[in-house]
Design a protein around this ligand. Sequence first.
Ligand SMILES: O=P(O)(O)OP(=O)(O)OP(=O)(O)OC[C@H]1O[C@@H](n2cnc3c(O)ncnc32)[C@H](O)[C@@H]1O
Ligand SMILES: [Mg+2]
Length: 203
Amino acid sequence: MKTVIIATKNKGKAKEFESLFSAKGYEVKTLLDVPDAPDVEETGTTFEENAILKAEAIAHQLGHFVIADDSGLIVDALEGRPGVYSARYAGEAKSDEANTEKVLRELEGVPREARTARFYCALALASPNQETITVSGTMEGLITEQPSGTNGFGYDPIFFVEEQGKTNAELTKEEKNQISHRANALRALDEKLDLFLKREEGM
Ligand SMILES: O=P(O)(O)OP(=O)(O)OP(=O)(O)OC[C@H]1O[C@@H](n2cnc3c(O)ncnc32)[C@H](O)[C@@H]1O
Ligand SMILES: [Mg+2]
């Protein structure tokens, strides 16, 4: 089986990449399987920049091609916050609960029609041998007034998808993986990934 390494320490992302890639016949490894993987500082001002920083640092360290994911929630009424600061929005502890509570608090009194938001996912594919490739994907939704559902991770319990009439955390893993920003970004990577891997084999 072909293996792909995802440069992430986020368990929620790791699980999603496992199902998304197993459908393509790949086995997934993440930095959760690499005990001494460095923490890469996310100093970029865009998701793409941060994805490139993580992918290139880890590809260099492992001497192998890797995919990194930088993603987050963009809330219109908050001028795009939490954005690239999504993981640490309520502090360094990176608590999903504290982060969602902070967004809900900041949106108190904001009417439904003004609670529009989107998830954004930038993926970077990097190798010591080739130029880095980036792609992105989004998904649209509304921020609820309270959390609902236990599936998924991060901001999923407060992200309502109108077409499904459910929050992301009420969708099954399979349902989310059809429509998520991560799935959409991976679709954009599909063709480029094959070409990239072919070139990798020739090196
Ligand atoms: O950098 P890595 O190790 O991949 O893990 P991280 O959790 O720090 O990941 P990011 O820097 O990309 O921050 C993304 C944050 O955005 C949120 N997020 C991203 N994708 C999400 C999704 O599909 N559902 C809910 N929240 C998501 C979640 O809070 C993440 O912690
Ligand atoms: Mg991070």
